[in-house]
Design a binder for this molecule. Structure first.
Ligand SMILES: Nc1nc2c(c(=O)[nH]1)N[C@H]1C(S)=C(S)[C@@H](COP(=O)(O)OP(=O)(O)OC[C@H]3O[C@@H](n4cnc5c(N)ncnc54)[C@H](O)[C@@H]3O)O[C@H]1N2
Ligand code: MOO
Ligand SMILES: [Mg+2]
Length: 397
């Protein structure tokens, strides 16, 4: 049986190779950028006035001039005006071009205006004040955004400002989310005493949705031939499949065998972890991947966040973020397995404290509502002390 680290490394050596597509700017938030974006002009594109007031030639101030004749007004959105005499001033508005012949802006708060004159009432004026100089933030042609970044609202602003109406982004893997099991019925159905509603695929699809990843749900029975026929079709249509259930030792746990019979070669089966020991992972020669997650709901859930999430980000060119939290209470776990301890977290003066709330085992998915994620307790030890910082796998935004 392989370790969590080995399993995770194996998965990360079978990445999806994303192709790209172009989307309208307004659909791009949350996507992964697939092209460099350069400044189409200087940032800012002209000397930009940053305060409402008057623009003057600083030399005049230096020579002792305090009262200026107002020649006119330069509003934002108007072509650049020119000051005709260095003895005069132009009223200027925030966002306007700095008029030619001026280099300094004095705000209204520091003026006494008696039309048609403005008198500066303060002593501390500096050359170039209240002017955002052309190219100060970035020069034309400079790379503003590089590929492989998740587009947040901040990047959308940058894209908009350089005129990108259409953005090239990376495609996520086309993914089928498959529940298997004869005991499972649809959410809208009333289960018979021996049946349960299927929840795992809804949880996975929802988790994917929070990442901007679309999953198509399927439900397959515990019947080898049907499984084979259906999975064959699904594998043709999708880049990856995420299955839940049917991977353990049961008489009807057919998933690994059927996947192998369809050319999805086993990379590993079983990981020294709790929950989720029966995890199976395979890949086909064409680069399709199959994650067969153990059916117990907490296992399915944990395996998605611990293994599939980093696989997705790495595939898209983004380094997955490793978070840590501090164990708030002593905890003991004896078996020689990596234990994914359910914890709720609280921020205590900048330190993320993790409070164990182990729940009633991997079938007790109602416990997930009380927790925020999993703390990864290494296999090598069984005693964990309050105050220890450990890898934390969050699932809440
Ligand atoms: N002899 C052994 N038995 C089991 C072992 C083992 O090592 N030896 N491992 C146990 C562990 S750990 C787990 S986890 C489960 C994994 O089982 P499967 O992946 O084969 O999953 P199923 O048998 O199909 O189902 C397990 C459990 O989960 C429920 N389930 C399945 N799918 C869903 C769904 N979509 N929504 C809600 N609940 C679901 C299912 O009804 C079962 O109760 O095996 C142990 N056994
Ligand atoms: O993974 Mo199993 O969920 O330990 O019960
Ligand atoms: Mg089973």
């Amino acid at each position: 049986m392989i370790s969590v680290q080995e399993a995770s490394a194996s998965i990360l050596s079978h990445l999806y190779k994303p192709d790209t597509r172009r989307v309208p700017l307004q659909e791009a938030v949350g996507s992964v950028l697939a092209e460099p974006v350069t400044a189409d002009r200087d940032f800012p594109p002209f000397h930009r006035v940053t305060m409402d007031g008057i623009a003057i030639a600083f030399d005049a101030w230096e020579k002792g001039k305090r009262t200026f004749l107002i020649e006119g007004t330069q509003a934002a959105g108007e072509p650049k005006k020119t000051l005709t005499s260095a003895e005069n001033a132009l009223e200027v508005m925030t966002g306007a071009m700095l008029p030619a012949g001026t280099d300094t802006v004095v705000r209204y708060e520091d003026l006494a205006i008696e039309s048609p004159n403005a008198t500066i009432t303060v002593d501390n004026i500096t050359r170039g004040q209240s002017v955002h100089r052309q190219g100060q933030d970035a020069a034309s042609g400079e790379v503003l955004l590089s590929p492989n970044m998740i587009l947040s609202p901040a990047e959308i602003a940058v894209l908009a400002s350089v005129g990108k109406t259409v953005v090239k982004i990376k495609n996520y893997p086309r993914t089928a989310v498959i529940a298997s099991g004869d005991e499972l019925v649809e959410v809208g159905q009333t289960p018979l005493p021996h049946q349960i509603r299927r929840s795992n695929t809804y949880a996975i699809e929802a988790a994917m949705k929070t990442l901007g990843w679309k999953g198509d749900q399927f439900h397959l029975p515990d019947d080898k031939d049907t499984l084979r026929r259906s999975l064959e079709k699904i594998l043709k249509q999708y880049d990856s499949v995420i299955l839940s259930g049917g991977v353990s030792q049961g008489k009807f746990d057919f998933i690994p065998g059927v996947l192998e019979s369809l050319g999805v070669k086993k990379v590993f089966h079983q990981v020294s972890q709790r929950p989720g020991k029966p995890l199976w992972f395979g890949a086909s020669p064409e680069g399709k991947t199959a994650f067969a997650l153990p059916g117990n709901p907490v296992s399915t859930f944990m395996c998605f966040y611990r293994y599939i999430l980093p696989w997705l980000w790495t595939s898209l060119g983004i380094e997955p973020r490793q978070e840590y939290a501090v164990l708030a209470e002593d905890f003991t776990f004896k078996p020689q397995l990596t234990y994914f301890l359910q914890v709720s977290v609280k921020n205590d003066g900048g330190m993320l404290m993790a409070y164990p709330d182990a729940g009633g085992g991997s079938g007790d998915f109602a416990n997930l509502k009380k927790i925020d994620g999993f703390l990864e307790l290494p296999m090598e030890r069984s005693e964990f002390k309050a105050g220890e910082s450990l890898p934390f796998i969050p699932f809440r935004a």
